[in-house]
Design a protein around this ligand. Structure first.
Ligand code: FER
Length: 251
């Protein structure tokens, strides 16, 4: 494992690179956590391990205001995360051991993955969106982010919930984002995993993404929650079957 920082417009993004075999070239997957998340969460580490077990190198990165990256949580926005991920993609393109590139994100990281897919439609062999929180822009436009209730035309300076403070700027930015446009722009392969008992991000959003994407597969994890605390090995197996399938198609 190599631990380092990737620079993004003057911000240091904390990164860890796990390569199953340093002597060969191969595919790499960028892996990103969700809102309030970080790279050492059980479900993120489980995803990294599943991919490594399939011969995929994994670059875990922490976005603005999360984990050991620079920036305060309360100041993060989806635009900052988009800017960060663009920097990560440019960094990865300098790595000469990388053949195919994948992008995988959990929850708000899954939303980011969907946006970036639309912005870089030629760069990924597939994108993977796990428990994708792509209802966030809709909640922002409705004034119901974080389970709060506020006037979406007069956004408060601070959104206080989930034991944390979040700048109203987060909501101003989220209101401008239209995920359907980026879904439409991305014609490549999409792999979705979602627990069907998720009470943070409704499972219906996975089904809606499945229907809207050009080439998507959805694997439900029955009875599981937002972070797969009940059936983590099943989630890992779903990821592994996707990547083993990818490898078989090459041969
Ligand atoms: C919300 C519901 C879910 C929200 C964020 C999330 C900012 C994201 C969850 C995650 O990334 O795990 O209302 O508001």
């Amino acid at each position: 494992m190599k631990e380092f920082f990737i620079s993004s417009d003057g911000i240091r993004l904390h990164a860890k690179l796990d390569r199953p075999d340093e002597s060969v070239k191969g595919p790499l997957c960028i892996l990103v956590h969700g809102f309030t998340g970080h790279m050492e969460e059980d479900h993120i580490v489980a995803m990294q391990q599943a991919m490594n077990e399939c011969g995929i190198s994994v670059l875990r990165v922490e976005m603005y205001g999360h984990g050991l990256s620079d920036g305060e949580f309360r100041d993060h926005t989806l635009y900052k995360w988009v800017t960060n991920m663009i920097s990560v993609i440019h960094y990865v393109k300098t790595l000469d051991f990388v053949t195919d590139l994948y992008l995988c994100g959990h929850s708000q990281g899954g939303l980011l993955t969907m946006l970036i897919g639309g912005m870089f439609p030629d760069d990924f062999k597939a994108i993977l969106t796990i428990s994708p929180a792509w209802m966030i822009p809709e909640l922002a436009r409705n004034g119901t982010l974080l389970g709060l209730s506020f006037d979406p035309l007069h956004i408060p300076d601070v959104l206080q919930s989930w034991d944390r403070e979040l700048s109203g700027d987060y909501c101003r930015v989220a209101q401008t984002i239209h995920v359907e446009d980026e879904i439409e722009r991305y014609k490549g392969k999409v792999f979705i995993i979602h627990g069907d008992a998720d009470d943070t991000v409704p499972y219906a959003y996975a089904e809606k993404a499945l229907a809207l994407y050009h080439d998507a597969t959805l694997v439900p994890i029955h009875g599981d929650d937002h972070c797969f605390t009940k059936h983590l090995p099943e989630m890992k197996d779903a990821l592994k079957s996707f990547f083993l399938d990818e490898a078989n198609k090459e041969n």
